[in-house]
Design a protein around this ligand. Structure first.
Ligand code: LLP
Length: 415
């Protein structure tokens, strides 16, 4: 059940009136439900029952430290892809021993910092990266725990930009080549290969590609065992999709159960890295209609949010529902393109939306909790939106709106 519902024709986030929030904090405004974050994380955790497991929330999805802190308190682990994300986790009180480090281009200083704080595991994506980790770990005289991220060559059947498990993608190591890499790793003095990692894409709405990937990973695990390399954990990545409009992704519990059924081993630890399936429907982006611009050809509703606040529609042709914050009792619906103030034709949040609109109305772009704020930019010198967390009738401003000083205070004139 969504935490964003109408009470008396007005949208509420849990028990907080969204138009009140807009009045207090201004728009564009991200609003998150703490309850939704907690419930979704727990669904993953509880679905594993007695299987040893660690749910590592993918920090890139929504990395506000208040959110990381809420999840850390539940015992969450974290999947990071940069030193910046590691520093966020530490600042949020996350346990470094529950951090896995993914990403294709880890720098030496990032590896060093991760070793220093003692993360759980590096997910290695190439021979060259394995060498680099060995070098850094040796200098520090620490043994680095690693998994090799394998590319199982399965089609995730999702948007090409967020599909990562095909041979064409830059990610991971061809699963056929992985045994050689594990042998090298096992022979290195400062590397300990402890896991196998894979992540095949994002916004998957079918279980089959996950199960296919796991099958291939299990074959590799057996092959490694036959060659004297014992694997302690399997990291199956993230990728479970959500409902933006009419998609019907599997329930969290059915997805985990399908994995456990295939696994058939109660001792190996399973790590997963969900992001969107926890954060996506825990947030909305609230925006105000600045102008209505009906033309002979099309109706444009120009809002105060733009592609710099939420880039998914422009970048992936993503569809996110757009709902009125207050339902009008009069007027009629028309088709509107919901566009932002940025000087780009690609700057739209929705096209041909049937809405009953007036200038000054507030709109909510739904399912904006994942890859919303974290992908926001300052394009057109637009301050990034404020972020608000609510639970029941409580409200926290977890990031104030950027000021113009934030935007250009560190820039310098040349003499
Ligand atoms: N683990 C790794 C190694 C990843 O690369 C990702 C996402 C995740 C976990 C989390 O995946 P999720 O559970 O959220 O599907 N910006 C795009 C999505 C990019 C996903 C990148 N990797 C979007 O807005 O749709």
């Amino acid at each position: 059940m969504s935490q964003f519902n109408y009470q008396n024709q007005t949208l509420f986030a849990e028990n907080v009136c969204v138009s009140q929030l807009a009045q207090t904090y201004g728009t564009p405004l991200y609003v998150y439900s703490k309850t939704e974050f907690e419930q979704r994380w727990k669904m993953f955790d509880e679905a594993f029952a007695d299987q040893p497991h660690l749910v590592c929330y993918a920090v890139k999805t929504n990395s506000n430290i208040a959110i990381l802190n809420v999840l850390a308190k539940l015992g969450s682990g974290f999947d990071i892809v940069s030193r910046g994300e590691l520093e966020r986790v530490l600042r949020a009180g996350g346990d470094p021993k529950k951090v896995v480090f993914s990403g294709v281009a880890k720098q030496s200083v990032e590896i060093q910092r991760a070793l220093e704080v003692g993360i759980r595991c590096f997910n290695i994506e190439s021979f060259a990266e394995l060498d680099r980790i060995q070098t850094v770990a040796k200098q520090m005289d620490i043994v680095a725990p690693v998994s090799i991220r394998v590319n199982p060559d399965v089609d995730a059947q999702t948007h090409p930009y967020i599909s990562t498990g095909l041979k064409d993608n830059k990610f991971g190591v061809d699963i056929e080549k992985a045994p050689e890499l594990y042998q090298t790793a096992a022979n290195y003095s400062h590397i300990n290969p402890i896991g196998i990692d894979c992540h095949i894409g994002s916004q998957l709405t079918q279980i089959a590609p996950f199960v296919d990937a796991l099958e291939r990973v299990l074959k590799l695990k057996q092959h490694l065992a036959d060659n004297g390399i014992e694997i302690h954990h399997l990291d199956l990545g993230g990728g479970l999709g959500i409902t933006y409009t009419d998609e019907t992704p599997p329930e969290v519990a059915s997805y985990i159960q399908a994995l456990l059924k295939k696994l058939d081993d109660s001792s190996v630890e399973v790590i997963i890295e969900p992001g969107r399936a926890i954060a996506g429907n825990a947030g909305i982006l609230v925006t105000e209609v600045e102008y209505l611009k009906p033309t002979d050809h099309k109706n444009f509703a120009i809002i105060d949010a733009a592609m710099n606040d939420l880039i998914r529609p422009a970048l992936y042709q993503a569809y996110q529902r757009i709902e009125p914050v207050k339902l009008h009792s009069d007027g009629t619906k028309a088709k509107w393109d919901i566009v932002g103030p940025v000087c780009e034709t690609g700057d739209f949040l929705g096209k041909d939306r049937e809405l009953n609109l007036q200038a000054g109305d507030l709109l909510a772009v739904m399912s904006a909790g994942a890859y919303g704020f974290t992908m926001a930019s300052n394009y057109n010198t637009r301050p990034r939106a404020a972020e608000i967390m609510v639970q029941d009738d409580k409200v926290w401003e977890i990031r104030p709106r950027e000021t113009y000083e934030d935007l250009m205070g560190s820039e310098k004139l040349i003499s």
